[in-house]
Design a protein around this ligand. Structure first.
Ligand SMILES: *[C@@H]1O[C@H](CO)[C@@H](O)[C@H](O)[C@H]1NC(C)=O
Ligand SMILES: *[C@@H]1O[C@H](CO)[C@@H](O)[C@H](O)[C@H]1NC(C)=O
Ligand SMILES: *[C@@H]1O[C@H](CO)[C@@H](O)[C@H](O)[C@H]1NC(C)=O
Length: 484
């Protein structure tokens, strides 16, 4: 009897002493810092819960790390205690299994794509009912196709439900920023990639629209850009407190999308969003920290009326193109003034206008030109690039620090001409120097690449919407398929 009591007391005391010592330790340390944050992040960093790494992701930022290393390396916390505490987090084991499963899928896909990258001359074509990527518009057609098919069968995206329209889950589908609206709206309706179960997702979409924030909350007179800060800081706060996903990857498996000039700036206010998350941006300017390793460039497509262009009719592809090159547009930015200085209304076959003369149609001019000039304006991206492609006109890219859309998959040199700003005076010489045979090849490639810039409602396989999902997929895998 007595002995039993002593034994149960001693075992009881072990169970009491170990947790107590932990609690006392916490009490000593907590007053130094924001207690709730520290306790929470400690629970998250308990070994059975913390994902093994963020290293499988494109980028990690040590400066913005919230890992409470002070606990991590503390020798005074016994293993038993660590285990016990991790059980506070009741659903951790389940979530952990799902996380491991999701990671397993990614690891296997990564291995398969790598293998394809190593065998660019692979001849056995993958079956596809719609389209088999081929030819020199791709850096590696076979690896792209394999990657695309793996994405279709495995990739899962969770869209946070938090946030109300019009600022969230909604966007404008007209004008220069239409791609932002289209993407957000498509994502809301998507059934191919979207999952309702966050624990099985590979990436998490933050469904805010920079265009809508500015349209609804920005005062054009006061011009206080802090609205972006308020909305985004608050949103990340909400989702990182409500769900475990942001904290466990420090944002690396989250993505946002914006076509607004201020898209990159909007993400600046949350360092983890800026430095860790995948940012899909039209304004893909490497001088403004666009990082092609983790960020994806998105084509700016100007749907003036919101109508989606029917690309199947545009093809008077073989018709005469009497004009060597064409441009019409305002003198925005630094590059266009240089273009105007040398070429504005100075040549009869290289037509450069600030305002299009009465009676000429912009799209008709593009269809009559061999080359369409696409200089950067206020921002690096130019809606003229997809417009040229739609018109079977070979784009002439004149920009600096611009990462071209889908350039991890597409070989832009096979269907466009790149001119550096200092070569603008020689523009005509360079374009007339391109042999007819070479031009025909490039134009055929423009025609082939069109499907990747096509906007469809609802989206179709290999179109612009699917390509952007594929860009996110590659960033999540941290893979490049063009370079061996
Ligand atoms: C693939 O084929 C091209 C042209 O046929 C050749 O130059 C290249 O070396 C080949 N690459 C590999 C990895 O076999
Ligand atoms: C994520 O981390 C923040 C700050 O480190 C913390 O306040 C928050 O509670 C954590 N989120 C969750 C779901 O525990
Ligand atoms: C790209 O960013 C740099 C640095 O902010 C800026 O000076 C430049 O004008 C930008 N380019 C364009 C075309 O906007």
């Amino acid at each position: 009897m007595n002995q039993n009591r002593i034994r149960s007391f001693s075992s009881f005391s072990i169970f009491l002493v170990i947790p107590l010592s932990g609690i006392i330790l916490l009490l000593i340390i907590i007053p130094w810092k924001d207690s709730e944050r520290l306790l929470q992040s400690y629970l998250y960093s308990a070994p059975s819960w913390r994902p093994s790494s963020t290293s499988s992701n494109a980028a990690t930022s040590s400066s913005s790390s919230h890992q409470p290393s002070i606990f991590h390396s503390s020798p005074s916390l016994p293993v038993e205690e660590m285990k016990r505490r991790s059980e506070y987090y009741k659903h951790a084991p389940v979530a952990d299994a799902k996380l491991q499963k999701a990671k397993g899928v990614l690891a296997r896909a990564r291995a398969l794509i790598r293998e394809a990258v190593m065998n660019p001359n692979h001849t056995s074509k993958l079956h596809d009912p719609d389209y088999v990527p081929h030819g020199d518009i791709y850096r590696n057609a076979y690896a792209f196709h394999r990657s695309y098919l793996l994405m279709e069968s495995h990739f899962k995206i969770f869209v946070y439900k938090e946030g109300e329209p019009p600022i969230f889950h909604n966007g404008v589908c007209k004008d220069i920023y239409s791609m932002e609206g289209f993407f957000i709206n498509f994502m809301e309706l998507d059934t191919r990639f979207r999952t309702q179960e966050p624990s099985e997702a590979h990436v998490y979409f933050l469904p805010f629209s920079v265009v809508m924030i500015l349209e609804h909350l920005f005062d054009p007179i006061i011009r206080d850009k802090a609205v972006l800060q308020r909305v985004l800081v608050d949103y990340i706060h909400v989702i990182s407190h409500k769900y475990p996903y942001w904290n466990r990857s420090l944002g690396t498996d989250h993505f946002m999308l914006s076509c607004h000039d201020w898209g990159p700036r909007a993400t600046w206010y949350v360092p983890q969003l800026y430095f860790n998350s995948i940012r899909v941006l039209c304004n893909a300017n490497t001088s403004e920290h666009f990082n092609p390793r983790k960020d994806a460039s998105f084509p700016e497509i100007n749907l003036r009326t919101g109508e989606i262009p029917d690309l199947t009719i545009s093809s008077n592809f073989k018709t005469e193109r009497p004009i060597l090159a064409f441009f019409a547009g305002g003198p925005h930015g630094r590059i266009r003034p240089a273009l105007f200085h040398h070429w504005k209304e100075k040549d009869e076959s290289l037509l450069v206008y600030e305002t299009l003369p009465e009676g000429l149609s912009y799209s008709e001019m593009m269809r009559k030109s061999k080359f369409c000039l696409c200089p950067s304006g206020h921002e690096v991206a130019s809606p003229r690039i997809p417009e040229a492609i739609y018109a079977d006109c070979v784009p002439v890219l004149i920009s600096e620090h611009y990462v071209l859309p889908f350039s991890d998959v597409l070989d832009w040199d096979s269907f466009s001409v790149r001119i550096s700003v200092k070569d603008i005076p020689d523009l005509k010489k360079i374009l007339t120097g391109i042999r007819e045979k070479e031009y025909v090849r490039m134009q055929a490639n423009v025609r082939q690449v069109k499907r990747h810039f096509a906007v469809n409602n609802p989206p179709k396989r290999f179109d612009v919407f699917s390509m952007i999902i594929h860009s996110v997929w590659l960033r999540r895998l941290n893979l490049r398929i063009g370079v061996i």
